[in-house]
Design a protein around this ligand. Structure first.
Ligand code: DLL
Length: 430
């Protein structure tokens, strides 16, 4: 069996559309009756639930943004009373109140379903020993992956994030087959193992399921080479359930669980819906959730949707790797840059560790960007002249690919803080 849920994962496009139409209409009616925020937002647009027949009517619906969740903290957007909730997660954010993600028992079961599809597609099977190194707690990563792995029937080692030496010890002693962690923490583990003299390539580890932050194909290749595994991807956000929204298959395509979470792409400036294939901001509507389904939630994530026949057999729509978040996009002297573009160039050079930070400052009216990056030890030891030459090469490459001059500082190995969760790469000091 290739699929966790063959019916929905391989459903014909028309049948899927009919399913989405029905569930979208039901969700709008559900919210209109129960959540004053949506009653008001729909009334302001002059939209009655009966006008929404299906996906073609999506653009009639109001958008929801992160500040709507903050303004209605903790449960103002919740459509059911607290005693009907089974769980509440939250995303801490860096400032102010967190945003909450409440689930009814049915919502939580759907999440377990979406996560089982994710892990099954990535080769995780009943009885496998898996090590879950996402943060366990309010963050949806740890407990979301736990639900999926338990649903499949795995033997779960909930190691949580951090204590990297112990992660490596457990991996060796328990013969872990699959590791769940952010890509940056996966690399921290790879690096630490190399330092400890443990060759992860010789261990039974076969799979990593990485997500929760943007990463490039170059970073994926680096993880795969250093650990001798296949690095798969999971995508999701607290507002939609957490991980489980999209997952990579054997072909490396990111399929969206579109029977649960309906995707569209909009132009982030005009908010016009864009046709499939065009790049823009990913917007989601949850069509089966009951506690806090959101309408047209603006993720700020930039990508494009692709409708194509996937060799894995799944018909679920795919999205390209997230290019970055519109709020991480740096505008340097008028040029729009995503950190992931810089990451691709750095890793493509082959001289650097996948560890970097971007520091943005202002001198007078001019924006300046400095790339701080760690050289691989064999290159760092080459001495000052060799490093200056390397920096010159990287500067020229970045300039030709991205089109602006950046300062480069090459740091000795171990200087940049190692990530145990989501890596912080951009320091905007303007
Ligand atoms: O990060 C949920 C998650 C946990 C996904 C574990 C995958 C694995 P939040 O903390 O709410 O939820 O952050 C959501 O993280 O809007 C993206 O900007 C980013 N993100 C998540 N997965 C990916 C990914 C979790 N695979 C925000 N690639 C999202 C790029 C990702 N960005």
């Amino acid at each position: 069996m290739n699929y966790w849920n063959e019916k929905f994962e391989t459903m014909g496009v028309e049948e899927m559309r009919a399913f989405q139409d029905e569930n979208l209409a039901a969700t709008v009616a559900w919210l209109y009756e129960r959540v004053p925020f949506y009653t008001k937002a729909l009334d302001e647009k002059g939209v009655k639930p009966a006008y929404i027949k299906g996906v073609d009517d999506l653009s009639k619906l109001p958008f929801t943004v992160k500040t709507d969740l903050r303004d209605n903290y903790p449960l103002g957007l919740c459509a059911v009373p607290v005693n009907e909730l089974a769980r509440i997660h939250a995303s801490s954010g860096t400032t102010g109140k967190p945003i909450t993600g409440p689930y009814t028992k049915e919502d939580r079961d759907q999440w377990a379903e979406c996560m089982a599809r994710t892990l099954y597609a990535q080769g995780v099977r009943k009885g496998d020993v898996i090590q879950n190194a996402y943060g366990m707690g309010l963050f949806t990563g740890g407990l979301g992956f736990l639900l999926g792995a338990e649903n499949i029937g795995c033997c779960v080692v909930p190691s949580g994030s951090g204590m990297t030496d112990r992660q490596i010890m457990l991996m060796q002693d328990l013969n872990t087959k699959a590791l769940f962690a952010t890509p940056s923490y996966t690399l921290t583990i790879a690096e630490r193992a190399e330092k400890m003299g443990v060759d992860i390539r010789k261990l039974p580890l076969e799979i990593a399921s990485c997500g929760a932050e943007p990463w490039t194909l170059e970073m994926k290749a680096d993880i795969e080479r250093r650990m001798g595994i296949v690095a798969h991807e999971a995508y999701g956000l607290t507002e939609m359930m957490g991980p489980g929204v999209a997952f990579s298959c054997s072909e490396g395509k990111l399929h969206i669980n579109e029977d649960h979470i309906l995707p569209e792409i909009v132009d982030p400036d005009t908010l016009e819906q864009l046709p499939v294939g065009e790049q823009g901001e990913l917007v989601f509507t949850a069509i089966q959730r009951r506690a806090m389904p959101l309408l047209r939630y603006r993720t700020r994530d930039i990508t494009r949707l692709v409708r194509e026949k996937c060799a894995c057999g799944r018909t679920l729509i795919t999205m390209e790797k997230i290019l970055g978040r519109s709020d991480d996009m740096l505008i340097i002297s008028g040029v729009n840059i995503f950190p992931s573009q810089i990451e691709s160039v750095i890793l493509d050079m082959g001289d650097y560790e996948p560890l970097y930070q971007l520091r943005v400052t202002k001198k007078g009216y001019l924006d300046k960007i400095k790339v701080e990056v760690e050289a691989k030890p064999e290159f760092y030891e080459g001495g000052a002249d060799a490093l200056a030459q390397m920096a010159g090469k990287l500067k020229a490459k970045l300039n030709s690919v991205i089109g602006i001059g950046m300062d480069i500082e090459i740091l000795p190995i171990g200087t940049i803080p190692r990530s145990e969760g989501k890596a912080k790469r951009v320091f905007d000091e303007r």
